[in-house]
Design a protein around this ligand. Sequence first.
Ligand code: NAI
Length: 546
Amino acid sequence: MHDIGKKESADSRRGIALLDNPVRNKGTAFTVEERRELGLEGLLPYAVESLERQVERVLGQLEAKPTDLERYVYLIALSDRNETLFYRTVMADPARFVPILYDPTVAEACLTFGHIYRRARGMYITRGMKGRIAEVLRNWPQRDVRFICVSTGGRILGLGDIGANGMGIPIGKLQLYTACAAVPPACLLPILLDVGTTNAALRADPLYLGLRQEPPPAQELDELVDEFVEAVQRVFPGCCLHFEDWKGTDAIRLLNRYRDAILCYNDDIQGTASVVLAGLTAALEIIGKPLAEQGILFFGAGSAGIGIANLIVAALRGKGLSLAEARSRISLFDIDGLLEPSRPQLSEAQKVYAHRAAPSRDLVETIETLKPTILIGVSTKGGAFDQRVVEAMSRLNERPIIFALSNPTDKAECTAEEAYTWSGGKALFAAGVQFPDVEMNGKTYHPGQANNFYIFPALGLATYAARPRLITDECFIVAAQASADQVGVELRGRGMLFPSQANILETEITTATRIAEFMFEKGLAQAEPPRDVRAWIESLLYEPHY
Ligand code: NAI
């Protein structure tokens, strides 16, 4: 990823400016000849080092940092200095670095964004640029931008509206495209669409870097986004728009507005739904039961719950069920109880799941009445799956499937230990956070984390290669199946529902290959179909070396 103002010019390819050019800088790895030719003599210490030796130094410095936030600040500064070294370091061990570059550390980094800020990265488009957005986008030095991750900062991880401080999210999310799936970093552009923030404390912080206004009403926001989307098409043709962490209602509305018109997706909605479907698919394969025969109860009926429910419906339709049959398999329960037709003020998206049933505000009662085989928590209500809930699910099912997806950890509906203990080891469990392994009766359970990084980097890689016109729900269903297919027997035996994190790049390539094959099969892809999709994708991967 390039910094603002890092337009490639002859000047930035030599001398001191070269050491300040993160894409070309090699630091102490410049050879004696290069130093002589490029005007670097005297600007570097004597030693000429290999990339491996530089990585060794980076790891040592990271080790010495007392907190992950400091590791984050260090890594971001490293990527500003030397992109190759940064990616060489993080790609060597993505499982270790993803939690630093992204969730949970990035949340902390966003909170203190105005305070830890060093230099601009990506682009900031503000309301005042209306009418000139295309012109502003042209200030970006790269023309071949293939992905823009755009956020308003309107709903960041469990932090709510943090406005321009949310910039850490598009930056981190795009770094994961490369760190996990080797998508070339030069084609990635993070953008913060600064429409103001509802967060009064932030607006009052003298170090806050964003617009100090309330966000506009929906219609004005939509007009601004329309211009932004149109400008992106014009300035960066073929670019995929990845919407991330917008306020829930904006996210759903805007996805519906653009999903059939332009190359775009929303990771909070579609990526999340896909990774949950991946976990469910793996769980059902473990117990040998088809999705079509399950009863699914959601605890929480917000944007995550509805998004997951809708993708499950799409998956069931793909298995031959009618829309009504597919929807009948799913019920939702929220802060006011079970969604049923007598409930006032249900949104259109919720109404389709409000099946005829007696009103209930008691989760255990609802479980006993509806007899779900799968219980999915997306409520932000920590501890809501208490012993009674887990025991009720375990009484009704030989192997209850219980996902407690709310995060951060204190919001999880139950912990892994509680799910395994209260179900007597029967539950197939996944969470939104990574819980430690649980030892019970001489057996080790390995709880899965429904982490979107199993899906979106692979989708990004497939999109990078196949250049689809659109990304459809089916692409996310294919991704979910590909993820489930990579959960090996040994992992399944320990209750794990997601692939191993030992070789993330391999996993992402396998998933990307399946998605790209699907894109070719369905006529979505615009690239020339290759003979061997996997080999072709492998030939396109970014490799961090000098
Ligand atoms: P949201 O605010 O749109 O919806 C929350 C829903 O939970 C609402 O329907 C609300 O009525 C319900 N709720 C709140 N308190 C409740 C209570 N005491 N009892 C019953 N229902 C209650 O939030 P959103 O975006 O749907 O996210 C929900 C949670 O899911 C968040 O904690 C988020 O972190 C988590 N999540 C996890 C993901 C993952 O694991 N990959 C991905 C996306 C979201």
